[in-house]
Design a protein around this ligand. Sequence first.
Ligand SMILES: [Zn+2]
Length: 117
Amino acid sequence: MSNFKPEHLNQKLVARNNISYEAQQQLCELYDKLEALLLSSKGELLTRADYDVISDKVTELEFELQRLWGFTQDKEFHKYWLSVGSCSCSKMDNMERLGYGRIINLGCPVHGTPQDS
Ligand SMILES: [Zn+2]
């Protein structure tokens, strides 16, 4: 049961990168998985270790998305890490600097420096 349909994909990109229908269906499955994963990261009782596990899975999915879209598989261009849990890293700053390293908010519960407690 895939919620995400091929027609939801960026059609300009589908055409420009000549994405096969099979790849489009795989992309839809990945977007469904990504959504479920990000949703699971919004739970209240998650620990930093849980966030790390979810973040690793998001990274794996994003590499797959890049491959299917025909892009270079480059972590520098990932953006869904900003949507994990209650991430408080600046989306705007990170999107502006995409490809030039991540700007981490040290107080971010997902990516910042873990507190000893
Ligand atoms: Zn963050």
